[in-house]
Design a protein around this ligand. Structure first.
Ligand SMILES: Nc1ncnc2c1ncn2[C@@H]1O[C@H](COP(=O)(O)OP(=O)(O)OP(=O)(O)O)[C@@H](O)[C@H]1O
Ligand SMILES: [Mg+2]
Length: 467
């Protein structure tokens, strides 16, 4: 019960929809209840009035024949099989006011002598009677009586029949209020769903279509905020790209100087140190290239600069680029049996992503192992899978490796930690998904990275042989 109350309180505090439904339904129910009570009382009063006027009419009729009926009781109130609604007692009283039957029976109501003409409620043996007394022309009196309990029962029945439709409609009213409120607030639900489904890059304004006018100022404020966030992110990206670009020239000059210095006469120690300096410069140059690549991927709008691209040809070009790097490590780099897929996509972004994946596969694979790249096509997607037999990436690290500068400790390879971030950013631009799996799950070895791209299959899609 406490839990229910707490839940109700929480819903009333936090949910506008619940609050609106609750208060509207409660107001409608209270209104229905008040209307019901008023109608019930009015119907009861009306039924009583009708019954009283019927008793009066009977008294009028009975008073027309005073002479022959004096001393008679017309209907026995206690007759059980008489129709309840017509069970009425008519008795004629002497001038003295005493009943005139020769032998008094249970049907004779003892009418107090002082009781005047008109309508009265009389209690006899704990039972209430509605009584009409009327004097006749010869001075005797007619008493018409009816059980009050039965009268009330009839009146209550007719009053209940009056408010029954109202009682039946009350739950329907609550249901309709709930449905109406839900429908009224559906644009808000729709809006939150749309904003929720967006990626962090989708900072375009939320459309005001179908949004009620009351919510438009709020929407305008959200769109203003989105525009400011986008502006600030664009500035940060531009700064990153400009900084990387500006650092390129001094680093190139430094690299040139070290090359010249290497040709000069110097001691073995100086040569050793020069090698370290040149390695550092090389790392710095690689970092700048990766930073520029990331900045490019982040600033290009999704779907920009698309052209018809043969995915298998692109993969073959990347493999050719990396053949010498693979050979240096004794790695067998090649393409598995693949499908020929031609899709409309951003060639530059796709090439950059595949290059980073192949580069990782070679760098993190042990010497003498194998790296395979395959292209597979199905009805809706083209998948490029890069598989290696290196240490793989533990499941717990798979989300984090896409963060910029995140590197897994314990590898001998040096790197900037930007490769997979570049892959992810480009994948967003290509509308692709990046999936990390284990190449050899039985031995928990190797990593397979699959780039799954949407495609519009062309009629010329064919199967090509591996390299
Ligand atoms: N094929 C792979 N096998 C095992 N580990 C991998 C593989 N690819 C990436 N990783 C792990 O993920 C981390 C992040 O990779 P990412 O490509 O982003 O950066 P990086 O290779 O260190 O640097 P960069 O690619 O910018 O030179 C790497 O440090 C590495 O530990
Ligand atoms: Mg990398």
């Amino acid at each position: 019960m406490d839990g229910f109350q707490a839940r109700l309180r929480a819903q009333l505090t936090h949910s506008l929809q619940f609050r609106l439904s609750f208060y509207l339904a409660a107001t409608s129910l209270i209104a229905a209840l008040v209307a019901g009570i008023v109608s019930f009382s009015a119907a009861m009063a009306e039924a009583h009035e009708l019954q009283d006027s019927m008793l009066k009419q009977i008294a009028v009729l009975a008073a027309m024949t005073p002479g022959q009926n004096v001393g008679r009781v017309y209907t026995d109130l206690s007759t059980p099989d008489a129709d309840e609604e017509t069970r009425v007692s008519v008795q004629w009283l002497h001038h003295s006011g005493q009943p005139t039957t020769s032998s008094p029976s249970a049907s004779n109501l003892p009418i107090p002598t002082g009781m005047g003409d008109g309508l009265h409620t009389l209690t006899v043996d704990g039972e209430d009677y509605r009584v009409v007394i009327r004097s006749t022309t010869d001075g005797s009196r007619v008493v018409v009586a009816q059980e009050a309990g039965m009268r009330n029962g009839i009146a209550r029945g007719s009053a209940l029949r009056t408010i029954a439709p109202m009682l039946l409609l009350a739950p329907l009213l609550v249901l309709m209020v709930t449905i109406m409120v839900r429908r009224l607030l559906s644009p808000v639900t729709q809006l939150s769903k749309e904003v929720n489904a967006r990626s962090e890059q989708a900072l375009h304004p939320v459309e005001a279509k179908n949004v009620p006018v009351e919510l438009r100022p709020f929407l305008a404020a959200i769109n203003g905020l989105l525009a400011r966030v986008k502006q600030s992110m664009d500035m940060q990206r531009r700064f990153l790209a400009d900084a990387a670009h500006e650092l390129r020239s001094p680093l190139a000059a430094l690299s040139l100087q070290t090359e010249r210095l290497a040709q000069a006469e110097m001691s073995a120690t100086a040569q050793d140190r020069l090698i370290t300096v040149r390695a550092g410069i090389e790392r710095g140059r690689h970092l700048l290239e990766q930073l520029l690549s990331l900045a490019r991927a982040q600033t290009d709008a999704p779907g920009q600069a698309t052209s018809s691209v043969s995915v298998s040809s692109l993969v073959r070009l990347v493999i050719e680029d990396f053949i010498s790097q693979a050979e240096a490590k004794g790695i067998d780099l090649g393409m598995t049996d693949s499908d020929e897929a031609v899709i409309d996509t951003n060639e530059m972004a796709l090439m950059t992503a595949v290059k980073n994946l192949v580069n990782n596969a070679i760098r993190y694979s042990p010497k003498g192992s194998q790296v395979d790249v395959g292209v597979h096509l199905n009805a809706e997607r083209v998948c490029i899978a890069v598989s290696d037999h290196g240490p793989g990436i533990p499941a717990a690290e798979r989300a984090r490796v896409f963060e910029p500068f995140y590197r897994i400790l314990g590898t001998e390879e040096s790197g900037s930690g930007l490769g997979l971030s570049i892959v992810k950013e480009n994948a967003v631009r290509l509308g692709a998904e990046v999936i990390l799996t284990c190449t050899d799950p039985a031995h928990d070895r190797g990593l397979t990275v699959t780039l799954s791209l949407p495609c519009r299959p062309l009629s010329s899609q064919t199967h090509v042989l591996s390299l």
